[in-house]
Write a protein that binds this ligand. Sequence first.
Ligand code: CMP
Length: 154
Amino acid sequence: METEQTLVLIKPDGVQRGLIGEVIARYEHKGLKIVGMKLLQLPRDTAEKLYAVHQGKSFYDVLIKFMTSAPIVALAIEGRGAIELVRILNGETDPTKSQPGSIRGDFSINITHNVVHASDSPKSAQRELEIVFAPDERYKYHRMDEAILHPSVV
Ligand code: CMP
């Protein structure tokens, strides 16, 4: 599996409900590495860039209004298969389909206020990471458990 980076946003509801630590712990405990992190309130043009693919959809205006309404936490997350793993940890977008044990399954009952966003493909991960993080805001370092997480390569 390729080492990848993906973008996660802890949405305003996740921040306001005090779920920042809980959400980050899910990724850390899985063995993924946080290589970038910041608290920010998204400017409208940044939110529009991030969600450009949804422009014109029925939920677009509500989504942009919500995502710019209060601070979010942006995370750049690295690991083997990180894009798919993070999506599995997050759970389905539809709250009636998200499984218990996933972040949305455990903490969300609303399709817009659904705690987290994550990139859905390598292409969107690269695009979204570059929108939110400057090149010097993503770091290289080793986790001390890498030899245990990936015994064949270390
Ligand atoms: P997110 O991963 O942030 O990507 C787009 C967001 O649009 C999605 O999570 C949901 O929060 C929100 N959304 C609202 N309504 C819908 C819908 N009907 N289908 C998909 N996404 C929706």
